[in-house]
Design a protein around this ligand. Structure first.
Ligand code: HEM
Length: 198
C-alpha cells in the first residue's frame, strides 16, 4: 500500500477518539446532561487520560509486535502514535486546568496538596512533550545516536503514568494492575532485546 496514503489514513484513525468525546460533549450540552455521568468535567479528564494511556501502551507495543509479524508499516506509524498520545495527554491537562481548576492558578497549590498525583502526571507529560517535540526527522538527524537514547524516555514516562494512575485509583486497583502487568511485560521484552544486541 502507498506509504503516504497509509500514514494519512492512520492520522484519521487517531482522531476518532476525539470525535467520540466531542459527540458525548455535544450530547451533554444539547440534550442529555447525564451522557457523561454525574460529573461530566471529571469524566472528561478521565476519558482523555485513558485515551492517552492506551496510545502510550500502543507505542510500547509497536516494536514487539513488529518483530513478530514483520510489518514495517507498523514501525512507521509509531511516530503518529506517540504524537497522538501527547495530544490526548495535552487535552487531559487542558480539561483538568479548564474544568477542574477553572484556570484559577492561585488554587493550584491547594489542589496539589489534595491531588499530589498531578505532579507525577505532569512529569510524565513533560517527558511526552520532549518525545513529541523531537519525533521529527530534523531532530533525529541533529541528535544522531543520542536520539535513540533520548527516546528511551518513553519507558520512565510509562512508569510515571502508572504511578499517577495507582495514586488516582484509591480503592479498586484491578484496572491499574492490568495496565502495569502489560507495561512490565513490554519493558522486560525491551530489556531482553537490548541485552541480546549488546
Ligand atoms: C499533564 C499533567 C497531568 C495532569 C494535571 C493530570 C491530572 C489528572 C487528574 C486530575 C485525574 C483525575 C483524577 C480523578 O479521577 O479523580 C487524572 C487521572 C488520570 N490520568 Fe492524568 N494528569 C496528567 C498527566 C497524565 C498523563 C501524561 C497521562 C497518560 C499518558 C495521564 C493519564 C491518566 C489516567 C489514565 C487517569 C485515570 C483515569 C481513570 O481513572 O479513568 N495523566 N489525571
Amino acid at each position: 500500500m502507498d506509504k503516504v496514503f497509509l500514514t494519512r489514513w492512520f492520522w484519521w484513525v487517531l482522531l476518532l477518539p476525539c470525535t467520540f468525546v466531542g459527540a458525548r460533549v455535544a450530547q451533554v450540552v444539547w440534550y442529555d446532561p447525564s451522557a457523561l455521568g454525574p460529573d461530566p468535567a471529571q469524566s472528561l479528564v478521565d476519558l482523555f487520560g485513558t485515551i492517552a494511556l492506551w496510545l502510550l501502551c500502543a507505542v510500547l507495543f509497536v516494536t514487539p509486535v513488529q518483530t513478530i509479524i514483520k510489518a514495517r508499516w507498523l514501525l512507521r506509524q509509531r511516530r503518529a502514535l506517540g504524537v497522538a498520545c501527547f495530544g490526548y495527554a495535552l487535552l487531559h491537562w487542558l480539561s483538568y486546568a479548564g474544568l477542574l481548576l477553572e484556570w484559577q492558578w492561585q488554587n493550584l497549590g491547594q489542589d496539589l496538596l489534595k491531588r499530589p498525583y498531578i505532579i507525577v502526571g505532569f512529569l510524565a507529560g513533560l517527558m511526552l512533550l520532549v518525545l513529541a517535540g523531537t519525533s521529527n526527522n530534523a531532530s533525529a538527524r541533529a541528535l544522531g545516536r543520542r536520539w535513540r537514547i533520548l527516546h528511551r524516555l518513553v519507558y520512565p514516562a510509562a512508569v510515571l503514568v502508572l504511578i499517577h494512575m495507582f495514586w488516582v485509583a484509591r480503592s479498586d486497583y484491578t484496572e491499574v494492575a492490568l495496565y502495569s502487568a502489560v507495561v512490565l511485560l513490554l519493558l522486560l521484552h525491551r530489556w531482553r532485546q537490548q541485552a541480546k544486541s549488546s
